[in-house]
Design a protein around this ligand. Sequence first.
Ligand code: KIV
Length: 246
Amino acid sequence: NKTPLTCLTAYSKTTAQVADKYCDIILVGDSLGMVLYGLKSTKKVKMKTMIEHCKVVKSYAKKSLVVFDMPYKTYTNKKSAYKNAKEVIKKTGCDAIKLEGGTKVAKIVKYLTSKNISVMGHIGLLPQSSTKYKLKGRKINENKKILDDAVAISKSGAFSIVVECVVESLAKKITNTVKIPTIGIGASKYCDGQILVLDDIIGLTDFSPKFVKKYSNVKKYILKSVKNYCQDVKKRRFPSSQNVYK
Ligand code: KIV
């Protein structure tokens, strides 16, 4: 019905419960490597870690579609992609998997969808293979390649594509060209839906590129609470009579 799709990441019980109230899609993204584990990139995120987080999210998300982000090097060929995707679905109960890449992974996506695995593509900026977080699609060659990637993924049977950090005109062109919904992150209002990292929009992380809108500053509230608690303990204001079992 052309209403934009709402998508956020979640990695835990509470974030899954909250996202599930409003979102169409919840992504258990490998961004958890940086957000929760302090890694420099998503490359070191392990399958085992992703599975544990996805199990929790899936068990608390009652209505949203839960998508599992396949970690780096877990889909290098058809066979390993199928084996790993099957394991993920069996262990977590997720509804779909996401993998990064365009024409290069199109055959793998086609193979997975032929085996009834729902696949979300991811084109534009690809965190698993980029060293820098940089806008894509400014150069003519790059622009054409990303459009080709989108078409290849769409033709492979994927049900949607994340389009990350591309210029607005390209996002618009991709959305008008492919038959499946485009989910933008730093890719303008012309996508069919939007996705962001939940921890970024609530101000729990310090990641603040232009495309992230901050809806609150949770880190500030945590800081204030921890400061007040520590002061209370030092000044013997906590525990008070209200916190004691007589
Ligand atoms: O890992 C992730 O969280 C992602 C999105 C933000 C699209 O891939």
